[in-house]
Design a protein. Structure first.
Lengths: 553, 439
């Protein structure tokens, strides 16, 4: 059995699952001051003592770190930035927290300027004087060579509480995002570590020894203890939980879209041949553009409780939510009221819904039914238009080879999975507008918890072999080793797969879930004076987001 | 001030002329690495666009491809040209303030008649873009006068050939002295045909010209002439092989210099041409150009091996460039009088040329006749014979854009009267009517 828990700002949901089926589910209020109590209550509401003993794993998704960023409850962080030449410091993020120091690598990871140790020692004193206990160290092209970041980290040792080095958070190229990601990792490090401690106490109270995972933004899980090093990966795991919850209903052999209709907003995600699409560069949270791998979602400010009003003879839906639908004693008319008037939804007080829509109908000089239909049409068309534009945007994404340009895959979703409170009432309408088959899953009220429960461990690894320099680099590992001149792509993939398996196991991956795929691979010649002197080989490996095989055991 | 800059990036990682050729797969690899690492595409004012594919109609508005487009044009060319047209669309439709087509392979050595690839070029991207803009947007927004400033190290002889008779296109080429580099042309006395004399300007610079010299030529010669010509649109044919580290040229320009040049020139559209120092120059130059076009601070752009002392300009180069300024500005000021000295008072002017295609290994002999005309660029016929076999002898007739009645009538008569049996193809290109006909 698997226990999935989603700690939201208001509710904590939990599900107890077996063989991919929900045995029990629950929704309790979140006690913001006591995470441990909330998680324990959510656990007790779906399990009895006998169930607890049969648990094989527990997966948790929380918004704690997300909320900390949104509410600016962040610890002070010092950033040591080795920018080298390039974009001006004033155009880099977090420049008010950054100390720019000497040292940089070029695009091949070859040192262009060395680190100045005296400068770092001086900085160390300044951090001590300023009470800075958390430090991020970020160098340009540090994913091509981690040497400078590691040198600075070693020089700072012994004094600071924790130091994040940029290359460990992602193997991708993007210096400004690397700065922002390292910053956030340190800014929530203490908070997240405290949570990990609390979860340790939770497991002790349960008295069992099974893997406890936490959900990441990419819809993958990581062992809770392991997550201590990468708290930033758990930011924005909320939307990821929903998408993972939808995944069992997605066909593996075609493209799909998921539409999560909430009270205020509707979130849309896309799936290519059954796999959820990822944000190409990394997720953004508040003003921070990061390298955090995350699932691609677009939001639109239309939901079941959106404020509906008439402005100049036109219906306007959203973007605000003023409260519940009037059928539930809310303050203003909403799409939910329209659905009740039309008999699509048999919920709330129909007389109050009729009064709500009637007031708008009077303004428009139309009947209540006409008005309710118009609201439904407009709400559904707004959602459908957003789905279409998101698909178009994905298909417009630039490609860099002639092959992809001429033969590249086009995303053509033919089915829509619609979840959220109003989903059953508007699914057919939205499906008709999009010309897609629709599926409305059961238990979509606890879909985040079931999504977390079934998610497998994800890992990404970025490797580069430079046979002219005779060096192989594993970016996220910060590891460089010598390689022979005849080193090949196949060699690099083999080394990468072995290492990725190790990392995945440490992160808590089950053997059955170690499905490693080569996400990118490129080989280029290195030419000097019209002669080939080596190869520049690049590989990105991943275990992509998916359902754990464990869930079906 | 920040500007909205469009970037069409197409590195064509699966295209090379040959594995060790300068125009090979990884030419823009490290540029892409640098652009990604600098996070340029995360700035709200820098927007990346996917290139469109160029069509036969786009190409035939400029070129006579012999024996046909499919025989000599590779998919990479259609994407590179298409990307240039995408950049133009985004600027013309005001989605962005300016745009940079960072595409390959290059194009500025391709002439009107194309028998194959020369100087690594097959299709002339800037020329196809100019005619595309006039065709698609000329009527609605009055775009007519266009200036192309070619800052590639090699003379843009293809662009010069295409616009030789076009008084509405000012073509200025800044390049390494043709006595020391391919294609061996581009001297100050090459000033355009009888109907467009002065609209071609060549600024050959001596080997080892550095930042100071380049910016002197820009500030003292190019900018004043542009100010007088008052173009509706400025295009930078942005070759990057003037860099001190370029393996096939001999100049000493820098990444900082290229950024400054673009900041001052303020092109509406820039198009990558040559540039073969793929590790030491291109990543820094392209980052600099993008920042400069976007109106951002590019003062921190510097190559790892930049040497300030190497940038000190010898007195002989200063003296040469001062002389170049004097000659060029004098020729420009006196272009109408000079025209009458260079071109005798005749109804037609003929020129013969030998063109060699170094990349494809082709020799072409060409005789071109232009009708002298005070009202338009003049109708042109070209008799072109290449040593490519039986299909290599064509007769091409060109009716210019904004053609006058007499030029149109004369051209149509030339096409009608040409003996199809004497040539492998007889072709007519009618720019105003957007027609391309084979007899």
């Amino acid at each position: 059995m698997i226990l999935g828990i989603d700690v939201g700002g208001t509710h904590t949901d939990s599900v107890l699952m077996k063989n991919g089926k929900i045995l029990r589910k629950s929704k309790v209020m979140t006690d913001k001051s006591d995470l441990l109590a909330s998680v324990m209550l959510a656990t007790r509401s779906v399990t009895e003592a006998a169930d607890v003993q049969q648990l094989q794993r527990i997966v948790l998704s929380t918004t704690i770190s997300t909320n900390a960023v949104a509410q600016h409850q962040l610890d002070p962080v010092g950033l040591v930035v080795m920018s080298g030449p390039g974009v001006s410091h004033r155009d880099l993020p977090l420049s008010d927290k950054s100390s720019y120091v000497a040292g940089y690598m070029n695009h091949r990871g070859i040192e262009a300027e060395s680190v100045d140790e005296d400068e770092i020692h001086a900085l160390k004193k300044r951090f001590a004087a300023g009470g800075i206990e958390h430090v991020g160290v970020v160098g340009k092209f540090s994913t091509r060579s981690p040497a400078h970041e590691l040198t600075v980290q070693a020089l700072l040792a012994g004094q600071t509480r924790h130091v994040t080095v940029g290359h460990q958070l992602s193997g991708a190229l993007n210096f400004p995002r690397r700065i922002a990601t390292a910053y956030l990792n340190e800014a929530i490090w203490r908070l997240h570590s405290g949570m990990v401690d609390q979860l340790g106490a939770y497991m002790e109270q349960l008295g069992i020894d099974v893997p406890l995972y936490i959900l990441k933004a990419d819809g993958g899980t990581i062992g809770v203890e392991q997550s201590r090093h990468y708290p930033v990966q758990t930011i924005l795991s909320g939307p990821a939980a929903t998408i993972m919850g939808v995944l069992p209903f997605i066909s593996a052999d075609r493209d799909s879209v998921s539409i999560d209709v909430g009270g205020t907003t509707t979130d849309i995600a896309l799936f290519a041949d059954g796999a959820p699409l990822l944000e190409p560069k990394g997720v953004q949270i508040e003003e921070h553009k990061t390298l955090i791998r995350g699932l691609l979602t677009h939001s639109i400010a239309v939901g079941g409780d959106s404020h509906v009003r008439v402005i100049g003879q036109q219906l306007v839906i959203g973007p605000e939510r003023k409260g519940a639908a009037m059928a539930f004693d809310g303050p203003v008319p909403t799409p939910t009221d329209a659905m009740i008037v039309l008999g699509l939804a048999d919920i709330g007080d129909k007389a109050k819904a009729l009064a709500a829509i009637g007031s708008l109908a009077a303004e428009l000089g139309r009947t209540s039914e006409q008005t309710a239909n118009a609201i439904m049409d407009q709400a559904c068309e707004t959602i459908a238009a957003k789905v279409r534009s998101m698909i178009a945007e994905v298909n417009r994404k630039p490609v860099y080879t002639i092959h992809e340009m001429l033969e590249g895959k086009e995303l053509v979703p033919r089915e829509a999975i619609i979840v959220g409170g109003p989903a059953p009432y508007l699914a057919r309408h939205v499906g008709r507008l999009l010309d897609m088959a629709v599926v409305v899953p059961e238990n979509s009220d606890v879909i985040n918890a079931s999504g977390a429960a079934m998610a497998r461990t994800t890992v990404e690894l970025t490797l580069m072999a430079d046979t002219e320099e005779g060096i192989m680099t594993i970016a996220e590992d910060g590891m460089q080793t010598d390689i022979p001149q005849h080193f090949t792509m196949a060699d690099l993939v083999a080394v990468g797969k072995e290492r990725l398996e190790q990392i995945a196991r440490v992160a808590g991956a089950r053997e059955a879930d170690l499905e490693i795929e080569v996400a990118d691979s490129q080989t280029f010649n290195v030419i000097r004076n019209s002669a080939t002197t080596g190869k520049n080989i690049r590989v990105r490996l991943q275990i992509k987001p998916g359902l754990t095989k464990h869930a079906l055991q | 001030m920040k500007k909205k800059t469009g970037l069409v990036f197409f590195p064509a990682f699966d295209y090379a002329i040959s594995p060790t050729h300068p125009e090979r797969e990884e030419r823009l690899l490290y540029t892409q690495d640098q652009v990604n690492e600098e996070g340029l595409l995360d700035f709200d004012n820098i927007i990346e666009f996917k290139p469109d594919l160029a069509t036969a109609a786009d190409i035939q508005r400029v070129h006579f491809c012999v024996p046909g487009i499919d025989d000599i044009v590779h998919a990479s060319h259609l994407i590179a040209v298409g990307g240039t047209l995408t950049a133009a669309d985004k600027v013309m439709q005001k989605e962005v303030d300016n745009a940079f087509a960072l595409v390959r392979p290059c194009g500025h050595h391709s002439m009107r008649v194309v028998h194959g690839t020369r100087g690594f070029c097959t299709l002339n991207m800037e020329a196809i873009m100019v005619e595309y803009i006039r065709h698609k947007y000329g009527a609605s927004n009055g775009i007519k006068k266009i200036a192309i400033v070619d800052t590639d190290c090699h003379h843009g002889d293809g662009s010069q050939d295409i616009f030789w008779h076009d008084p509405n296109t000012l073509f200025i080429s800044m390049h390494q002295d043709g006595r020391t580099l391919y294609p061996g042309s581009g001297f100050p006395d090459e000033m355009g045909g009888p109907n467009a004399f002065g609209a071609t300007i060549n600024l050959p610079m001596p080997p080892d010209t550095c930042e100071e010299g380049f910016l002197y030529v820009l500030d003292e010669i190019v900018m004043p002439i542009l100010a007088e010509f008052q173009p509706d649109l400025i295009i930078n044919s942005a070759g990057q092989d003037n860099h001190y580290s370029d393996p096939i040229t001999n100049m000493k320009f820098t990444a900082q210099g290229y950024a400054t040049l673009n900041d001052r020139l303020k092109p509406d559209i820039a198009v990558l041409e040559g540039g073969y120092s793929i590790e030491s120059a291109l990543p820094y130059i392209n980052t600099g150009i993008i920042l400069a076009m976007a109106g951002m601070d590019y003062s921190h752009i510097r190559e790892p091996d930049y040497d300030a002392e190497d940038q000190i300009q010898p007195a002989r180069i200063t003296a040469y460039l001062e002389k170049l300024k004097e000659v060029t500005l004098s020729q420009w000021a006196n272009r109408h009088a000079l025209r009458n000295r260079v071109y005798a008072d005749k109804a037609f002017h003929t020129r013969s040329s030998q063109i060699y295609y170094d990349t494809a290994g082709i020799r072409e002999s060409q005789t071109e006749t232009v009708r002298t005309c005070g009202d338009c660029g003049g109708a042109v016929t070209i008799d072109s014979r290449a040593d490519t076999g039986s299909h290599g002898h064509v007769f091409a007739v060109q009716i210019p854009r904004y053609a006058c009645g007499p030029c149109r009538s004369w051209a149509e008569a030339q096409f009608d009267e040409a003996d199809a049996r004497a040539y492998s193809q007889v072709l007519l290109q009618d720019k105003d009517n957007d027609l391309y006909i084979e007899k």
